[in-house]
Design a protein around this ligand. Structure first.
Ligand code: WT7
Length: 600
């Protein structure tokens, strides 16, 4: 561990105090039952009864608490200076209407409603409308190509897809016949019947005709609510299913970790196609009734500083890749903006390098607070809290109500590694409300994640003597690029579709900005030559089928791939070679690998 200066906890002037002031005391006295009482203002014993619906907490409860006219969402359009505000009352009506749209289409409890939408206002009506109807909301990433979309629409057995005309025509329409479960496609940007592509419906027309009042049916804490796809080393993507009581974690962490206070303006930069964009870009801030800023545009350093300034953002949740891109744009740029409203900056998704924490302390005047969690955990599990010293490079300490441990699994038995500074697997004691309840239709894979009452995260970490957790690395071969998890198998499967490709293996190659980029090693069938034309062809296929966010950035031709005697490709070995690291135990290696072409 490097000896970096500790950043002393924030001292806030005047009346303002963080929600969580004494970590150890709060952690010791915390109970999810009390939290549920607080969340529903004592109106319901949510653990036992049937009135815990995420949408009723995040939207409708704000109306009964007198915040109906408060701005819930402030949307900034990508083009021009267009800005649109939506109050909680408006979101309540729009989501009621969309719930009625779904009901009218015969969509009910447990049916999956997918979106392939950018950061646009309709997303909020669709998400909360689906939740009110007790359907399962499943957002998909717009930068996915047709293949990742097909796979996820198929695995989720989605009955409804809400998207835009352009995305539909480019990516979905050609494969529509193979999507046997998909009954309804609703387009958000087509307003006239005669303009609709065949087999689609207009969001605007459906909404205009829908009843503006919807009564949420009894919803139990364990009713399914959210589905988020994530990737493992092998096999198809995994659909992590979350239940309505996950909202307890969204609320608790909005309060303790994001430190949101009434009247705050909060900005989450994550895309709604991933879990952060839903848990913290839709739900969590609304459970505490603050104003959520939503920016439709892609990253641009000057634009981002301007948003922080003009919207008077108080709390900002972003990602290390974005922070590194801001760092790259220079220290002078932020000096020309007034960032004095920014009280608390937070990040997630990948390691936040200590340099980034120190940079933000120096340049933005606030240290960025790292948080750790996963698609499976549904909400923040480990965090740096405002009222706690920051050790730059550390992920912080467990959220109250979450028990984190460093463990090792020996012969199928869990062994807690209680000594400080020992490396092991990060595990969480089962019992926090936003834990995933299954990998949809993949029970075996789900079961494998649990042992002796603990969920194994697949991350390696250590805990120091002060109880701070430090990220060490992944225990598996999944790739983290720009904060997004990419399964090597999904990429390899598409590479194998090219007629020249005999074998393919994909690794994450370190990248100073994106953390990792996808690099593919490809062995060609005999008769094909490892030349530039072939490389370009394979690259084009990968980009077309997978989309730019998932396709490899680099392809290296090899004569053969290193495999175990049982035929498993050893990605770890390829990675070790790429990094110039020791190759570790290669005793199971089948035969050596020889490079035949340069890489780029
Ligand atoms: C994986 C989960 C949940 C937010 C979006 C990512 C890595 C996450 C950190 C952090 C180092 C981190 C882990 C984790 N990760 N946060 N603060 N420091 N690594 O969700 O796509 O399911 O990815 O992201 O490896 O297991 P996800």
């Amino acid at each position: 561990m490097r000896n970096l200066p500790v950043i002393k906890k924030q001292r806030l002037e005047g009346e303002f105090q963080p929600n969580l002031q004494r970590y150890d005391e709060t952690y010791a006295s915390f109970s999810w039952r009390d939290l549920a009482q607080e969340l529903t203002r004592g109106h319901a014993d949510v653990v036992a009864d049937s009135s815990l619906n995420i949408a009723s907490i995040a939207i409708d409860q704000n109306l009964s608490n007198g915040r109906g006219e408060h701005i819930a969402v402030r949307w900034l359009a990508a083009d021009g200076d267009i800005r649109r505000d939506f109050t909680f009352a408006q979101l309540a009506e729009f989501s009621d209407r969309f719930a009625n749209v779904l009901r009218g289409l015969g969509i009910g409890a447990g049916d999956v409603v997918c979106t392939v939408l950018g950061r646009i206002p309709e997303l909020y009506a669709v998400c909360f409308g689906a939740l009110k109807n007790r359907s399962i909301f499943c957002p998909l990433f717009t930068a996915f190509g047709p293949e990742p979309l097909r796979m996820r629409l198929d695995l989720s057995r989605a009955k409804v897809l809400v998207t835009s005309r352009n995305l539909y025509e480019r990516k979905i329409a050609p494969m529509r016949p193979s999507l046997s479960h998909l009954a309804h496609v609703i387009l958000v940007d087509v307003y006239q019947e005669q303009m609709l592509p065949e087999g689609t419906q207009s969001y605007g027309l459906l909404m205009a005709r829908a009843d503006p009042n919807f009564t949420i049916p009894p919803t139990r804490p364990e009713d399914p609510a959210l589905l988020h796809f994530t990737s493992g080393t092998t096999g198809t993507p995994k659909g992590a299913l979350h239940v309505h009581q996950a909202v307890m974690v969204h609320y608790a962490t909005a309060k303790y970790v994001l430190d949101l206070h009434p009247g705050d303006v909060y900005w989450c930069t994550a895309d709604p196609g991933w879990v952060t964009g839903t848990s913290y870009g839709i739900i969590a801030p609304l459970t505490v009734g603050v104003t959520l800023v939503v920016d439709e545009a892609e990253f641009d350093a000057a634009r981002w500083y301007k948003i922080l300034q003009d919207q008077k953002v108080n709390v900002w949740y972003t990602a290390p890749t974005a922070v590194r891109m801001l760092m790259k744009s220079g220290d002078a740029l932020p000096q020309s903006y007034d960032l004095s409203h920014l009280r608390h900056a937070v990040s997630v998704g990948e390691p936040l390098n200590p340099e980034a924490v120190l940079w933000s302390q120096r340049v933005l005047g606030r240290p960025i607070h790292d948080t750790w969690w996963q698609t499976e955990t549904g909400g923040i599990m480990v965090a740096n809290f405002p009222a706690m010293d920051i050790k730059p490079g550390s992920m912080g300490r467990p959220v109250p109500g979450v028990e984190a441990a460093i463990v090792s699994v020996v012969n199928g038995v869990l062994q807690p590694l209680a000594e400080p500074d020992v490396e092991g697997e990060l595990a969480l004691r089962v019992g926090w409300p936003s834990m995933f309840r299954s990998y949809l239709n993949q029970e075996e894979r789900y079961k494998k994640c649990f042992i002796d009452g603990y969920y194994l995260t697949g991350d390696l970490a250590r805990r120091d003597a002060d109880g701070y957790f430090w990220f060490v690395g992944r225990a598996d071969d999944v790739i983290k690029s720009a904060g997004h998890l990419i399964g090597p198998f999904e990429v390899e499967s598409v590479l194998l579709e090219h007629p020249a490709v005999a074998e393919a293996a994909v690794i994450g190659k370190p990248d100073p900005l994106l953390m990792e980029v996808v690099k593919a090693f490809v062995a060609l069938k005999s008769g094909f030559s490892p030349d530039e034309a072939t490389r370009k062809e394979i690259m084009a296929l990968a980009r077309r089928r997978l989309g730019p966010a998932v396709a490899p950035r680099e392809i290296e031709f090899v004569a053969d791939l290193p495999k175990t005697k049982s035929g498993k490709i050893m990605r770890r070995l390829l990675k070790a070679r790429e990094l110039g690291l020791p190759e570790g135990d290669t005793s199971t290696l089948e035969r050596p690998v020889v490079a035949t072409g340069g890489s780029r």
